[in-house]
Design a protein around this ligand. Structure first.
Ligand SMILES: [Zn+2]
Ligand SMILES: [Zn+2]
Length: 187
């Protein structure tokens, strides 16, 4: 956990960097995609900044282990305005938009944190994890009229947020998202 990864020490200087050069802001900042989950967003933010451990980013922002928890869909206690503000200053996304990447109150109690679900057809169109797929009240994709997958039909392994699936558009076993669609039952 405490290993030093090249590039990560730069994180502590990020505020200075932002003040020094408006050009460097783009390195740290990323926009949320439509309906994207906070875990997906934080993972992309780490990839973009070459930060391999969630704890490094969290600590650099003086947020303790808060970002680790969010990236694992652990929201108890729920994010505070101050925490969202700190993340907002770093990533450039508004507090309101960031708040939308967390489950609404009605979905929090039964929010599916451990099983990552997805609609492969949605992923083929735009490859990122949507928040609503983790809602207990949602069992299918209304856009494609297909049931969600909770594991890869090829190797039966559970999906993960921190995974090459989102960049490679295929599971580590080789099954492509385009093929997974055929395993989604009608909804
Ligand atoms: Zn879909
Ligand atoms: Zn697989």
């Amino acid at each position: 956990m405490s290993e030093i990864i090249p590039g990560e020490s730069d994180l502590t200087d990020y505020q200075q960097t932002i003040e020094d050069s408006s050009e460097s802001i783009s390195l740290w900042q990323a926009s949320l995609f439509e309906g994207e989950s906070i875990a997906s967003y934080l993972y992309r933010l780490r990839l973009q900044n070459a930060v391999s451990a969630p704890s490094s980013l969290s600590q650099a922002l003086e947020l303790g282990v808060v970002l680790n928890r969010w990236e694992k869909f652990r929201f108890n206690p729920f994010p505070t305005e101050t925490e969202l503000q700190i993340l907002s200053q770093f990533c450039g996304e508004s507090i309101d938009k960031l708040a939308e990447a967390f489950p609404p109150e009605s979905e929090r109690k039964k929010f599916m944190a451990r099983t990552i679900r997805l609609c492969a057809a949605c992923c083929v169109q735009a490859c990122y994890h949507r928040l609503k797929w983790q809602f207990d009240s949602v069992s299918g994709c209304a856009d494609h009229k297909l049931r969600l997958l909770s594991k890869c039909p090829g190797c039966e392994k559970k999906f993960a947020i921190a995974s090459s699936l989102w960049t490679h558009k295929s599971c580590e076993c080789g099954m492509r998202l385009t093929k997974m669609i055929k395993h989604q039952q009608r909804y």
